[in-house]
Design a protein around this ligand. Structure first.
Ligand code: GDP
Ligand code: MG
Ligand code: K
Length: 301
């Protein structure tokens, strides 16, 4: 659908893990679609959030944190994040006001040099609720010396400070275009992917440091039960070692039960229905380095 004078376009959000990309996305679209966690690299796929007003539509791409690749999967993630930068109208490079400019930021800035002048880059300084305004001046200078940012926008994604301003100066970068998504649509990801991410989030949350981020979850079935009351969801948690399988299952299945209970509650909210969640745990050795499997686990969109 195209309205006269209506603007639309895409925005990529990039930045080191934990700077608050998912929090910003959630604040803007007002629904929990990107997974938030204190642990780095929770969000590995591109998740699109859609912000629609009377005059414009902004489609956000919540990219995986760009970082120096340590294995094949990391390499894949960086490549996929970088390729999106060329397809968007605006790039938000998000940093944490409480964190010193580090090698991780320099790595990203280095990648951004290749798109300066092509795509507007906004330096979005997040978590300003945690710092004194005076401190920001020097902070901004340091970044400005490294890259010619189109805009510098301090915000608090958590509290929503200055987010409206960020949205309106973003809208100015868009040109006339179609409404890609209907007004009530906030994400174009299939439910299965979100379900997998919700289960993965619970695994990481409940097992603490014992289960690495390499854990993957596949959602194998989402089906309405015959009685029409519940939706039957079947998901598999994939780990690399049998010791990890033991941790996830826990004593007499206690850990898996906790993961299941917490995940089920979120999935019920997502689907708007009562859910019967069936969880399985599978060991798949060294899957991170087998490019072959990346497709299976949803890393190729
Ligand atoms: P991502 O890895 O970049 O997607 O980061 P997340 O959105 O998952 O946020 C990482 C952590 O930072 C979470 O604990 C958030 O609650 C917290 N956080 C995000 N934005 C803000 C903010 O504006 N202020 C404060 N104080 N914390 C924030
Ligand atoms: Mg995230
Ligand atoms: K992210």
């Amino acid at each position: 659908m195209t309205k006269e004078g209506f603007k639309s376009g895409f925005v990529a959000i990039i930045g080191r893990p934990n700077v608050g990309k998912s929090t910003l996305m959630n604040h803007i679209v007002g629904q929990k679609i990107a997974i938030m966690s204190d642990k780095a690299q929770t969000t590995r796929n591109k998740i699109q959030g859609v912000y629609t007003t009377d005059t414009a539509q902004i489609v956000f791409i919540d990219t995986p944190g760009i970082h120096k690749p340590k294995h094949k999967l990391g390499d894949f993630m960086v490549k996929s994040a970088l390729s999106t930068l060329r397809e968007v109208e605006v790039i938000y490079f998000m940093v944490n006001a409480m964190q010193k400019l580090g090698p991780g930021d320099e790595f990203i800035i280095d990648k951004l040099q290749s798109v300066v002048g092509e795509t507007p880059i906004y330096l979005v300084i997040n978590k300003i609720d945690q710092v004194h305004p005076d401190y920001l001046m020097g902070f901004i200078d340091e970044y400005r010396q490294l890259l010619d940012f189109t805009e510098v926008v301090p915000i608090s994604a958590l509290e929503g400070n200055n987010v409206q301003n960020l949205l309106s100066i973003t809208e100015k970068q868009l040109s006339e275009g179609p409404m890609y998504y209907s007004e009530d649509q906030v994400t174009d990801h299939p439910e299965r992917f979100i379900i997998s991410e919700l289960v993965r989030e619970k695994v990481l949350e409940l097992t603490r440091e014992e289960i690495p981020h390499s854990v993957a979850v596949t959602t194998d079935k989402v089906r309405q039960e015959n009685d029409g009351e519940k939706i039957h969801v079947m998901a598999t948690i994939v780990v690399e070692r049998s010791s990890q399988k033991g941790i996830i299952i826990g004593k007499q299945g206690s850990m898996l039960k906790q993961i299941g209970t917490k995940a089920r509650k979120d999935i019920e909210i997502l689907l708007g229905s009562k859910v019967y969640l069936e969880l399985w745990v599978k060991v798949q050795k060294d899957w991170r380095n087998k490019e072959l499997y990346l497709n299976d686990y949803g890393f190729n969109k």
